[in-house]
Design a protein around this ligand. Structure first.
Ligand code: ASP
Ligand code: MG
Length: 417
């Protein structure tokens, strides 16, 4: 008998009809003999609706209050799903984050999980019940305040619960039937990927693919908890995200990811001396702003320019922080360009194949696309392009690496290191 954690996203529980559908799936799995913990998101659109209401009352509502507000969406889904399950004769019991002992740090709206005590979950499972858990939320152990885990955080609740409870598998049910080689809305012939390594999925999630929250994949990787992403509305196998296997290296590029909501900040005329980068990024990091690509030019006449990318939503905050830093270090000014995005190719096969970056750059150049910044890791190449060219860049890269073809038919395979 297996212990499985299933997580259902907002669209999967978006109406009473859909909640009934999920309840039927869950009760069928329970009748199979598996022990089940089911984590749910808020009904689709609900979290946004709650945020908008608060913003109507106040342009910048206190984060502590936002957390209490937002956590209610998931509670509604959990209670309703449990009602539906019980009405079908499947014994179930619903819990909030606090009730299962989901303890986090104190950072409101993007809290990190510290540990999960899980007594109530164990009791429920021992009593033969399906445990239904409100995702996305926990409590700050020291104050008892409700915290939330950042947008998309129910994925992380699910994987963390799976780890804490020693589950065999974490299934993430969503409205697509797995992870694709890129967004099918941009490239209609994108392919579903059968399996991916944690590292690839981590890059994809950080680089804009919205199927899984980044932290959920970090948990999966750290504790080696396999994650299966699949559709609530079909019986397809979905995509398995798991530890790396040898044959994964055969695939040179697994996917193309993109992120639209990015901004590029440039600090111009920075004196080139020790400690300056530390000063700038200490200040930005102190406000939990997520800095990504960083480029510093070689200096001319003792002055240099330093650029980095951030989520666009953090632009105002970043520019405000930089105001005093610019004065303090004697730089000329800080400027922001909000009309940019990132496109990236990802694949563990890059470690063992040559010419991958060159092929990407050539394809973009042939398409007349200007690359503004580049960053690479062992398994990815990311380029900053102007916002208007993101979609076209994604199509170009997807074509260049023949991702619409089955893996065996792609022509780049033989280029081994
Ligand atoms: N309801 C939350 C959100 O929309 C959490 C989640 O769905 O995972 O971000
Ligand atoms: Mg989600």
């Amino acid at each position: 008998m297996a212990l499985i954690v299933q997580k259902y996203g907002g669209t999967s529980v978006g109406s009473l009809e859909r909640i009934r559908h999920v309840a039927r799936k869950v009760s069928a799995a329970a009748k199979n003999g598996d022990s089940l913990i089911v984590v749910v998101s808020a009904m689709s659109g609900e979290t946004d609706r709650l945020i908008e209401m608060a913003q109507e009352l106040c342009a910048n509502p206190p984060e502590r209050e936002m957390d209490l507000l937002m956590s209610s969406g998931e509670r509604v889904s959990a209670a309703l799903l449990s009602v539906a399950l019980n009405s079908m004769g499947a014994p179930a019991i619903s819990f909030t984050g606090r009730q299962i002992g989901m303890l986090t740090d104190a950072v409101h709206m993007k809290a990190r999980i510290r540990r999960i005590t899980g007594e109530k979950l164990r009791e429920a499972l021992d009593g033969g019940k399906v445990a239904v858990v409100a995702g996305f939320q926990g409590i700050d152990e020291s104050t008892g305040n409700v915290t939330t885990l950042g947008r998309g955080g129910s994925d992380t609740s699910a994987v963390a619960i799976a780890v804490a409870m020693g589950a065999d598998l974490c299934e993430i049910y969503t409205d697509v039937d797995g992870v694709y080689t890129t967004d099918p809305n941009i490239v209609p012939n994108a392919r579903k990927i059968e399996s991916l390594s944690f590292d690839e999925m981590l890059e994809m999630a950080s680089l804009g693919a919205k199927v899984l929250q980044v932290r959920s994949v970090e948990f999966g990787k750290k504790y080696n908890m396999p994650i299966r992403v699949k559709s609530t509305f079909s019986n397809e196998e979905g995509t398995l995200v798991t530890s790396e296997r040898k044959e994964m290296e055969e695939v040179v590029v697994s996917a193309v990811a993109y992120a639209r909501d990015q901004a590029k900040v440039t600090v111009v005329g920075v004196p080139d001396r020790p400690g300056i980068a530390a000063r700038i990024f200490t200040s930005v990091a102190s406000d939990e702003i997520n800095v990504d690509m960083i480029i510093q030019n070689t200096s001319a006449g003792g002055l240099t320019d330093l650029s980095f990318t951030i989520p666009k939503t953090e632009s105002a905050k970043t520019m405000q922080l930089l105001e005093s830093v610019v004065k303090e270090i004697g730089a000329r000014e800080a400027i922001v360009d909000g009309e940019i995005g990132k496109v990236s190719i990802i694949g563990v096969g890059m470690r063992s194949h040559t010419g991958v970056a060159a092929r990407a750059f050539k394809a973009l150049a042939d398409g007349g696309i200007n690359i503004m910044m580049i960053s690479t890791s062992e398994i990815k190449v990311s380029c900053v392009v102007s916002s208007g060219e993101i979609d076209r860049s994604v199509r170009i890269l997807h074509d260049a690496f023949e991702l619409a073809l089955p893996v065996e038919e792609r022509s780049f395979q033989e280029n081994r290191k």
